[in-house]
Design a protein around this ligand. Structure first.
Ligand SMILES: [Zn+2]
Length: 201
């Protein structure tokens, strides 16, 4: 299983890695990677893998049976190659900002209107979210959007934390979210928006 560097460091843009498998000349698995695979409503990362001054463009990243597979634009990479990796940071940062913003908005809709998120698709030029909202009106939604923009204006910290399953189940809000997840997960990665005493999501 390749080491997913983006789990601990969302801002990692460049790193060294080793090629551990190559399929059909263009599907590459690395020993460690910060390329985020498509999933969870978020598009995959793109960027470059460089070996001996030759650049291979990463055109798609997917997760298949626990391995993160990078599709490159041309053959040439071999097992054992030591490579330099580089994210298309502009693309990734757009996705990160949309992702965090969508959490803020869904939290506000949950608190203010008891609305649950029923769908989510992050794209590079826009992001769509679906909600089960009983008494929808454009004015009401505008209030929620204004509240989200106010929170964004506070420039709150976004931090990563790890929690055991027991601790997650003790927190009613986290337990609610954990209900839909596979039962064999024992450690949870929690992304917090806001300060400890004043958590936004
Ligand atoms: Zn999320």
């Amino acid at each position: 299983m390749s080491d997913a560097l983006y789990m601990d460091d969302s801002y990692l843009k460049n790193w060294d890695a080793k090629v551990v498998s190559v399929k059909e000349d263009k599907y590459i698995v690395l020993d460690k990677t910060a390329f985020y695979p498509k999933g969870g409503g978020q598009p995959c990362d793109e960027g470059y893998i460089t070996h001996d001054n030759e650049r291979f463009k990463v055109v798609y990243v997917g997760k298949f049976s626990d391995e993160i597979s990078h599709e490159v634009d041309k053959p040439g990479l071999k097992v054992g190659d030591l490579v330099k990796c580089e994210l298309d940071w502009e693309r990734r940062y757009i996705c990160m900002r949309y992702h965090t913003a969508s959490h803020l908005i869904s939290n506000i809709l949950y608190r203010r209107a008891d609305a649950k998120i029923t769908g989510n698709q992050i794209e590079l030029d826009k992001t769509r979210m679906d909600f089960s909202m009983e008494d929808y009106s454009p004015e009401r939604l505008k209030e929620f959007i204004d509240e989200a923009n106010d929170i964004i204006g506070q420039n709150l910290p976004v931090t990563i934390d790890y929690m055991s399953k027991d601790k997650v189940l003790q927190n009613p809000e986290l337990a609610r979210l954990a209900m839909g997840l596979p039962k064999n997960i024992n450690e949870f990665r929690i992304v917090k928006i806001g300060n400890i005493d004043e958590q936004v999501d």
